[in-house]
Design a protein around this ligand. Structure first.
Ligand SMILES: [Zn+2]
Ligand SMILES: [Zn+2]
Length: 117
């Protein structure tokens, strides 16, 4: 059963597990689901084509208007309770490595003026 659950809480587009922070499961009018970032990426103007059944939907309010799936959400919550909270690793990796390290090379004062005249 847990394999089926793992499949259910997996976004069919990016094949990542949904989470309750960033990769929120969204449900299309065709009842297929995908994660919010993928929905945002697939949205073309106000048109969103379902990656599973290829039907196109008009989503004038954007992907945030898409309803969540309560069943999926509770599965995700349960998954996170077992597997731990979603890791913010993907975000922190994008931070520049220098953040927090104030020690830099000493500022070299260049006397351009002495060159020009
Ligand atoms: Zn996705
Ligand atoms: Zn669909």
């Amino acid at each position: 059963m847990s394999e089926l659950r793992d499949k259910l809480i997996e976004c069919p587009v990016c094949l990542e597990t949904y989470d309750s922070v960033r990769r929120l499961p969204r449900t299309l009018p065709c009842v297929h689901s995908l994660c919010l970032p993928c929905a945002a990426r697939l949205l073309d103007g106000t048109q969103l084509r379902c990656p599973e059944c290829r039907r196109e939907f008009n989503i004038p309010g954007g992907v945030r208007q898409l309803p969540g799936n309560p069943t999926l959400a509770s599965l995700v919550e349960e998954h996170e309770r077992v597997a731990g909270p979603p890791q913010p690793a993907a975000d922190s990796q994008q931070d520049s490595p220098g953040t927090g390290r104030e020690a830099q090379d000493p500022v070299q004062v260049k006397h351009w003026a002495s060159d020009t005249k």
